[in-house]
Design a protein around this ligand. Structure first.
Ligand code: ZN
Ligand code: ZN
Length: 131
């Protein structure tokens, strides 16, 4: 790993900690304020490498842009369709239910489950109160 890569990675990690489940372009806009020379391509490339190595989570929402999370514990995300905010759903009960679903899938299909990308969309409570 070269010096340049780790400096870029540190900037991205910093942006991920300050922003809430940002997209690649939100991370790029954040870093660009202090480092105008960084390119969107560099941000994409680093995010790809970090997601692949398990340092960060990539949250894919079908046709919406991917979002990234510094919290790598396997937790569920719920997206508000109105304001775009992403909510973490961390609960032991949910973890247990997901484990149960994976066990049932293994039983019924014989496939050893390694990963999932469940996602949920809805209207958050503050958007509900607006309408
Ligand atoms: Zn909302
Ligand atoms: Zn999260």
């Amino acid at each position: 790993m070269n010096k340049r890569y780790s400096a870029q990675k540190m900037m991205i990690e910093d942006a991920l900690m300050k922003l809430d489940h940002p997209t690649a372009s939100e991370i790029y806009e954040h870093i660009r304020k202090d480092y105008p020379n960084i390119s969107l391509g560099t941000v994409y490339r680093n995010l790809g490498l970090m997601a692949e190595s398990g340092e960060i989570l990539r949250i894919s929402y079908g046709n919406a842009p991917d979002r990234f999370d510094i919290n790598t514990h396997n937790h569920l995300h719920v997206l508000c369709k109105e304001c775009g905010q992403v909510f973490d759903a961390e609960s032991q009960r949910i973890d247990e239910l997901i484990d149960e679903i994976e066990e049932l899938l293994e039983e019924t299909t014989g496939v050893s489950i390694e990963d999932n990308s469940l996602y949920f969309k809805g209207i958050c409570s503050s958007c509900q109160s607006k309408s």
